[in-house]
Design a protein around this ligand. Structure first.
Ligand SMILES: [Zn+2]
Length: 198
């Protein structure tokens, strides 16, 4: 029986620290010798192990946050490089993720996924109003006229569905502002009637 569990744990920790290399070597040899057995065990208990991990993360949100923060700090450069590669490989997906995030920050309920919006972006349709080709590549975070932007066609609710959105150019969206599609067309007609060629 263990009389002083805390002291025992402390002793074990110390022992491990002092003999780290020897222990590691022993573990490595054991692993190499029994690799088939270990892999079979892992395969068999795959679901249970996942569950234990999920439960632990659920019960220790603070520790998870701290670990994530530590990871981000120690792997800053690698993470930035990875993000750059991801953007380069799939600019439409990055755009979709950011566009949804932006709408959510503005308080909208978004009823479609990044994947669904990416699929829409990948059709590469030109802007509905001016007909210009949209450019999904990020200009170091800058917005240009043909930067795609997510427009609510009828602007009347706080809920965004796939049926009520369209991807148009930033310039047109700026002009359409919070008008509905038909209000915007009406506005354009007025301008043409007043100023168009006679
Ligand atoms: Zn446009």
């Amino acid at each position: 029986m263990v009389k002083y569990p805390s002291k025992r744990a402390e002793y074990q920790r110390q022992y491990r620290q002092e003999n780290l290399e020897r222990i590691r070597k022993r573990e490595q040899t054991y692993y190499q010798k029994n690799i088939e057995k270990i892999l079979a065990y892992k395969r068999k208990n795959y679901k249970r192990t996942l569950e234990i991990g999920t439960n632990w993360r659920k019960n220790n949100p603070e520790k998870v946050k701290a670990a994530q923060k530590r990871y981000r700090q120690t792997h800053q450069e690698a993470l930035q490089k990875k993000e750059k590669e991801r953007v380069k490989k799939n600019p439409e997906k990055t755009w979709a993720r950011k566009a949804i995030q932006h709408k959510k920050e503005l308080g909208f309920s978004v009823l479609f996924t990044t994947q669904e919006l990416t699929a829409l972006a990948l059709l590469h349709q030109p802007c509905r109003y001016c007909g210009k080709k949209l450019d999904y590549s990020p200009f170091k975070g800058r917005v240009i006229d043909v930067t795609p932007s997510l427009d609510r066609i009828n602007n009347n609710t706080g809920i965004l569905t796939l049926n009520d959105i369209q991807i148009i150019c930033y310039k047109c969206n700026l002009k359409k502002s919070d008008q509905t599609h038909s209000e915007f067309l009406e506005y354009c007609k007025n301008v043409i009637q007043r100023c168009g060629p006679q």
